[in-house]
Design a protein around this ligand. Sequence first.
Ligand SMILES: NC(=O)c1ccc[n+]([C@@H]2O[C@H](COP(=O)([O-])OP(=O)(O)OC[C@H]3O[C@@H](n4cnc5c(N)ncnc54)[C@H](O)[C@@H]3O)[C@@H](O)[C@H]2O)c1
Length: 256
Amino acid sequence: MEIKDKVAVITGAASGIGRALGERFRAEGARGLVLADLNEDGVSEVAARLDATGLRCDVSDEAQIQALAAAAEAAYGPVDIFCSNAGVFFEGDEDQPDAEIDASWRINTLSHLYAARAVAPGMAARGTGYLLNTASAAGILLQVDSVAYTLSKHAALGLAEWLAVKYGPKGVGVSVLCPQGVRTGMTAGRDDSPAMVDGALEPEDVAEAVVQGMAEERFLIFPHDQVHDYMARKAADRDRWLRGMSRVRANLMDEA
Ligand SMILES: NC(=O)c1ccc[n+]([C@@H]2O[C@H](COP(=O)([O-])OP(=O)(O)OC[C@H]3O[C@@H](n4cnc5c(N)ncnc54)[C@H](O)[C@@H]3O)[C@@H](O)[C@H]2O)c1
């Protein structure tokens, strides 16, 4: 799908990847842009700069996603593209507090389901639309320093596959964005994060990958090329891959 003349909603748009998507969608000629974030002041500032509508929305609350989709439709007409991008990261092993697991599940995973409930049936009825769900390379591979992130991003990937199987034949594109390290608010001050082992991209690089991936209607969008190889190695020999990841964790987390 091309972005030009489309109506797009982007969550997590006050910062990082979401903000870069907003800037890029505006440059591509989106007809209507609705930017949403928990950070109301931040998203209002970005929206004012981009001639977009900025709204406060907590994506963990289904009623707020329904209201967001309705507000977008009232302002610009039916939503063509919904980018479920807002996300959170909490570091921790299996003893991570349930509150962090729950928040990750709601914000990183259930929000994608809520968005699909809000807009996918309408898209299917019109025979056109696009769901762009930001997961992570951790959704394909693993986040060695976070159980909550690994769980929520793997589930986000499974949900996106499920949506693609149901809605693809009805004319609704589904892509799942799977970056490794990107320089954003989420990774600020965490240069030693496992996500950064192969170096970090800028949010604008990720937006470029999204525009290309959506133009080709590719399910998996990997802004970092090496993730293709990592995925192939994991699929080819899971036991070898797990041993390799144990070494990565031991080195990165000083457990060697
Ligand atoms: N930065 C990376 O290295 C990286 C790598 C892979 C995937 N991702 C994913 O990219 C997405 C965007 O993250 P980012 O890196 O741009 O981080 P970021 O922290 O710069 O931006 C995330 C935005 O989401 C918003 N947000 C958080 N909780 C929210 C909620 N409940 N409702 C609405 N908005 C909320 C924050 O206010 C923030 O503006 C996330 O899903 C993240 O998991 C990031």
